[in-house]
Design a binder for this molecule. Structure first.
Ligand code: SF4
Length: 426
């Protein structure tokens, strides 16, 4: 084991109350226990502990916003640096992938005889498929591309997640015997009516690909792109010598800004209407983006996109943060008369996304008032046999939260069939 990992494990206090697990980790990974086992050099046992709650450790250990999750709740962080939980988790799972320890994870029989279809293979779909399969269900994943991974493959740039890690993680998940149907897209060559006839349950985890609109003037001009679709398709225009404005403050905004800068843009601005400390993106990502030369315009809001057919300029306004009754955090208010214009060639909207309304409604599912698929507390949609989770239903937008949604749906299926859900650390 390398010296750094050893040092990180020795720094953990092994707290009985486990705030890192119970408050911080969306998957409730048993962090103190697995760290203790790594400290004792029992890495395979540490992997077994983590495997009760996650199958994406090599990925989450690298790309989770740890300071907003586990490390942000670590007791060590009160007076100093938190324990490097992410690095230890990635180490454990990398060892498991290298040594193929996943072959030793026990399969149970609670769901024997059940057939489940999983549509989409991002973090929610992969996790749901894995937990169902481990419980004995016969699982088939339907994926619209010729490779699995969903947003992990098409939405997260290589500089944040190497595809080799993703490929090995997927190999470890499929190893248990999950079937895959590639190049199968809902509404194009599969539909829910047919799947309902063939399967006992269906989990939908195909993500939300339609960029949300800000409904401002000029949004229809040439040169305005949705952040998610740009990352998913990789169909970038030539940015050489161009000025780009990325609107939004989450990880999609950061991934777009950093990708575009690497593709040769002269200037990339991230425009965010709130303060830096309110940005949903991980601190590390913001710092790295700044180091790469990306300029942040905090407390600025875009109000118009201007140009003749295509983007030429944008109009922005400065904002101030005010406390409002009933709001948990300060809200940004435009400052009258503070408008200004900037010359810009491309505008990237990274302010959220929704599932395709027409597709969802054609499949007979209900949408909620935010445009996401409506689900109950069991992740069940308006059709009893169909479950959904992740971006599709508006779950919190991190990989770990999507994985949690997939695991919760698998658990709900077990409960609904009167079987005991798999053992977990709760
Ligand atoms: Fe270790 Fe920090 Fe969790 Fe305490 S809160 S058990 S120090 S990782």
């Amino acid at each position: 084991m390398n010296e750094d990992i050893k040092k990180y494990t020795e720094y953990c206090l092994n707290c009985l109350v486990k705030p890192c697990s119970n408050k911080g980790c969306p998957l409730n990974n048993d962090i103190p226990t697995f760290i203790k086992l790594v400290k004792e050099e029992n890495v395979e046992e540490a992997y077994k502990v983590l495997s009760k709650t996650t199958v994406l450790g090599s990925i989450c250990g690298r790309i989770c916003p740890h300071m907003k999750q586990c490390e942000g709740s670590c007791v060590r962080g009160i007076k100093g640096e938190p324990v490097q939980i992410g690095e230890i988790e990635a180490f454990v799972f990398d060892e498991a992938l290298k040594n193929k320890w996943y072959k030793n994870i026990e399969k149970t029989s609670e769901m024997q005889g059940m057939k489940v279809a999983v549509v989409g293979s991002g973090p929610a779909g992969l996790t749901c498929a894995s937990f169902l399969s481990r419980s004995g269900a016969e699982v088939t994943i339907y994926e619209k591309y010729d490779k699995l991974g969903g947003i992990l493959r098409h939405g997260i740039p290589d500089f944040r997640l190497e595809k080799d890690i993703l490929d090995k993680t997927i190999e470890s998940i499929l190893d248990i015997g999950i079937k895959v149907e590639y190049n199968k897209e809902l509404g194009i060559n599969i539909n829910l009516e047919d799947l309902e006839k063939e399967y006992d349950a269906i989990f939908l985890g195909f993500g939300a690909n339609i960029p949300s609109k800000m409904n401002i003037e000029g949004e229809e001009l040439e040169g305005v792109y949705g952040g998610n679709s740009l990352l998913e398709t990789g169909n970038h225009p030539s940015y050489n010598g161009k000025k780009i404005a990325v609107i939004g403050g989450g990880n999609v905004a950061m991934d777009c800004a950093r990708t575009i800068k690497r593709l040769g843009a002269e200037k990339v601005y991230v425009i965010y209407r709130r303060a830096e400390k309110q940005m949903p993106a991980e601190r590390k990502e913001i710092e790295e983006a700044k180091n790469e030369g990306i300029e942040f315009l905090f407390q600025n809001n875009i109000v118009k996109i201007l140009g003749n057919k295509r983007v030429e300029r944008i109009e922005c306004i400065r904002t101030q943060l005010v406390k409002k009754e009933g709001e948990t955090r300060e809200v940004p208010i435009n400052i009258d008369g503070s408008n200004y214009e900037m010359n810009i060639d491309y505008v990237i909207m990274a302010v959220g996304s929704n599932p395709e309304k027409e597709l969802v409604e054609k499949q007979g599912l209900k949408l909620n008032k935010w445009g996401n698929i409506e689900v109950n507390e069991n992740k069940q949609t308006s059709k009893e046999k169909i479950y959904a989770g992740g971006d599709l239903v508006g779950d919190k937008g991190t990989v770990a939260w999507a994985a949690r949604a997939g695991r919760d749906a698998a658990e709900a299926m077990l409960r609904n069939w009167g079987r005991t859900p798999f053992a977990q650390n709760k």
